[in-house]
Design a protein. Sequence first.
Length: 216
Amino acid sequence: MFDPHNDLHRVGSLDELRTHYRHPHAGTRGKERPALDAASATVAERCRFATIGTFDVLGNADVSPRGGPSGFIRVLDPTHLAMADLGGNNRLDTLENIVATGRVALLLITPGKAETVRVNGAAFVSTDPELLHGFQLPKPPKAAIVIRVETTYMHCAKAFMRSGMWDQSVWAELADVPDGAAVLSCQGVVDVDAETTRKWLDDDYAEALAVEAQTT
């Protein structure tokens, strides 16, 4: 049985790692760009869901989902994006990490499309009123994440194709996977059953989204 505490085959160097993989095609290695092209900018402007990766001063990593109507991510110019910080759980993991280390990695995902657009770069949190009121949202966000694009590129479709992400038959196969309420109940985070937790979550989501949708 594999012992993660005593793995004699742990890869210990970059040179050793490369011995297990072929070298990438020249086009793959050279596909990074220092700015958004017209197509990638459109992906960002139309984006309704993204993941954002950050890390703190100790190197602890975090990846958070972000979503909203098209326009919650704005293209300010070919090398700058702004992402509205919409309502969340107020842990502020992403924002705190950005304030602390100023680095982000984005994965822009479009439903039904298997390729994604990646953006890596520097970032800061802004509460500039002009920036916040520039988002076409029911109400201005409290803050926005401003990203300076350093590298951007299209990521291939293999992961989404293997996973069947947009295949509804796969969704049916995974219907019995525990939802958030079941996970919270199993972890002992809440002291009520999963069904009660599920009802509470549904009501809380509905209330929060309704408030967010109200115009000011």
